[in-house]
Design a protein around this ligand. Sequence first.
Ligand SMILES: Cc1cc2nc3c(=O)[nH]c(=O)nc-3n(C[C@H](O)[C@H](O)[C@H](O)COP(=O)(O)O)c2cc1C
Length: 239
Amino acid sequence: MSKILKIIQNRHSSRVPFDRGHRLSKDDLMQILEAARWAPTAHNMQNFEIIVVDDKKQLEGLGNIESKISEDFLRENYQQLSFSEEELLQKKVGILGTLFPPLWRTPGDWGKVARESEPSSLDATIKGSPMLLIVTYDARKRAPASEGDVLGFISLGCIMENMWLMAQELEIGFQIMSVFGGNTVEQDVKKILEIPEYVRIAYAVRLGYPISKPSELLRVRRDTDGFAHHNRFGNKGFV
Ligand SMILES: Cc1cc2nc3c(=O)[nH]c(=O)nc-3n(C[C@H](O)[C@H](O)[C@H](O)COP(=O)(O)O)c2cc1C
């Protein structure tokens, strides 16, 4: 197997707590940023700015931000869940329900669950990470003729993947935190990091080294002939 395919297959979401005291070296950080630098972007617009946060006070400030779960998230999240490893292995898409609290995996009145849920602090998501990357974009711009700037968002995804693969090669834990781009949270984060009004947060990344050896992860994917179509849509099964 080629080296790059091995790195791609081994890249994973590291959701375990990180060792607050084990900081990333400057050299490793620079390699991750260099990987972002060479990502493809629509029209080579390089429509991103990355804020590297490793100052204890700033991390603490971000950790104190509270977020509340939304009804939309609960409803749509539920549709992606499997309730056993066997189910996930069979479906080959989605994630395990056990990643979430029991109330989030019991169908019911999602509006009520959302209203009655306690806010949780971002600290519970950051889980000891000594360094965060906040990936932002200038919302006043868009890739040429790209409705909703879809091409701009795809570009931000390319930056994500380049950094993730680099971190994987360096054996650094990496997790995306979408909550940073969520409405009230985004405003609070922007205040602390002095991000201008016209700049939006796409996502944040937590980087670090797991405190203890993580247990084996169940990661599933469709087979290639589950998504590859030969010459016309629907003609599957040639690979
Ligand atoms: C755009 C995007 C947003 C994501 N947001 C989150 C997130 O907020 N929290 C999280 O733990 N993982 C997040 N993920 C990671 C996915 O859940 C993960 O990549 C997927 O379940 C496959 O697992 P793997 O990364 O271990 O292969 C996100 C991934 C992408 C591409």
